[in-house]
Design a binder for this molecule. Structure first.
Ligand SMILES: Cc1cc2nc3c(=O)[nH]c(=O)nc-3n(C[C@H](O)[C@H](O)[C@H](O)COP(=O)(O)OP(=O)(O)OC[C@H]3O[C@@H](n4cnc5c(N)ncnc54)[C@H](O)[C@@H]3O)c2cc1C
Length: 392
């Protein structure tokens, strides 16, 4: 057997032994995702066990170096792991802004001390992160941010307001953009800083959304102490790091357009919900729409895989992340439009059980934010026009 075949065999055996049966079924709603962190309310013991086992193995961040708690897998091994996880339809053990966003930025720009401090707890799901980028007057024009940090010698003092801070009231730490030089050109005077959400002066205020839930907050910073060793990279050089982090965020959000290993395909859902006894669909238009969506989704998955291979071989994701973000979020919105049609009048049940389609309306409304979060579709199209097509 080749090394890779041995790895596949061992991976399969390990997953069989360590993935609890109840974690081998699709995640139907966002509420079922595992986010970890100091105060996370686990849905079940199995959910906790699955996160802990995968975290201890480093497989929540399979391609991160082992010295920072990651799995240390190369591209081929990582692919095998994904295939084996998909084979048993296991759920994601951990969803994490740490893994998707600040982790990659720390790996590239962080000091050795910051990597040692933050990366292993991220991999193990012990610390949950939130992103303090947007402000009331700085969204698309992010570099116009005004929240500031003043240098007081051995530390900074931060003041200002962030907005749309996803999951901030549940997070343990924030990665945050602050203006550290008000005199410099706007992109030049920004730093990326890290602080514990329990630091005095940090106040999250939840915002209620159209979907009925409150995943976001306004976050107020009043004389918050930020330690100097918690600055990522150089002071005033945060913009480059912030943009690098955004490429990872956009790649991750674009991934919403991929059907996850543990999720049912649209075709499967339609067959279960409105199919005939042998699982066929009589509605010609629905069949066509679903087939078109599945073909587009399969093409998108191949493109995403190609981009991921390019990134791992050293070609930065850069502007391509705008393409993935734009198309992936459009796909996800189309997927939920289709789910609404499949569920018919049941889709209008606001508080119904998952099995009755009652979650669909809220999930559908949530997808409307996909083409805004992480940079709007219009902004992605500008980046594609400029940096990929070379226009303007
Ligand atoms: C679901 C969700 C989650 C989010 N999570 C977070 C988070 O965790 N942390 C965080 O910091 N932020 C978060 N955000 C905020 C998000 O990053 C901003 O909403 C986004 O960058 C847009 O900024 P804005 O809302 O200020 O809109 P604006 O920038 O005011 O844009 C308004 C409109 O103008 C358009 N527009 C603006 N500039 C241009 C241009 N140059 N060319 C063409 N059109 C343009 C936009 O496309 C948009 O339609 C989240 C937002 C959503 C919806």
């Amino acid at each position: 057997m080749s090394d890779l075949q041995v790895f596949r065999q061992e991976t399969r055996e390990w997953l069989e032994e360590n993935c609890p049966q109840s974690m081998r079924s699709p995640v139907n709603t966002a509420d079922q995702a595992c986010w970890g962190g100091r105060n996370f309310d686990f849905e079940s013991e199995d959910q906790k066990l699955w996160m802990e086992r995968m975290g201890a193995k480093g497989w929540t961040a399979p391609d991160w170096p082992t010295e920072y708690g990651g799995g240390g897998l190369d591209r081929a091994e990582n692919k095998v792991l994904k295939e084996e996880i998909a084979r048993i339809r296991a759920r994601s053990p951990l969803d994490s802004f740490g893994i998707w966003m600040i982790g990659p930025a720390l790996l590239k720009f962080g000091s050795e001390e910051l990597k040692q401090q933050h990366l292993p707890p991220i991999v193990r799901g012990e610390i949950r992160w939130c992103q303090g980028y947007s402000e009331p007057n700085a969204g698309s024009d992010l570099a116009g941010l005004q929240s500031k940090a003043v240098d007081l010698g051995d530390h900074f003092i931060a003041n200002g307001q962030k907005v749309w801070t996803d999951q901030c009231d549940k997070a343990d730490w924030m990665f945050c953009l602050l203006r550290t030089d008000p005199e410099a050109k706007k992109q030049m005077g920004i730093s990326l800083v890290l602080f514990d959400m329990e630091t005095p002066g940090v106040t999250p205020k939840p915002i209620k959304l159209i979907s009925g839930s409150s995943p976001f907050c306004e976050t107020f910073l009043d004389d918050v102490r930020v330690e100097k060793d918690q600055i990522v990279g150089e002071v005033n050089q945060g913009w480059t790091i912030a943009k690098y982090l955004l490429t990872h965020e956009r790649e991750m959000i674009g991934g919403f357009g991929l059907t996850g290993a543990g999720s049912k395909t649209l075709g499967m859902i339609a067959a279960d919900t409105v199919g005939t006894q042998d699982g066929r669909l009589n509605d010609l238009f629905m069949r066509t729409d679903i087939a078109r969506w599945e073909i587009d989704a399969a093409s998108f998955a191949l493109t995403a895989e190609r981009v991921s291979d390019e990134v791992k071989s050293g070609q930065g994701v850069g502007a391509t992340s705008a393409m993935l973000k734009y198309y992936g979020t459009e796909l996800n919105k189309r997927r939920f439009e289709q789910l609404m049609k499949i569920n018919g009048s049941n889709a209008m049940i606001w508080d119904g059980e998952v099995s009755n389609g009652g979650w669909a309306a809220r999930a559908w409304l949530r997808t409307k934010g996909n083409s805004i979060e992480g940079g709007t579709s219009e902004v992605q199209l500008n980046i594609i026009a400029k940096n990929i097509f070379g226009l303007g």
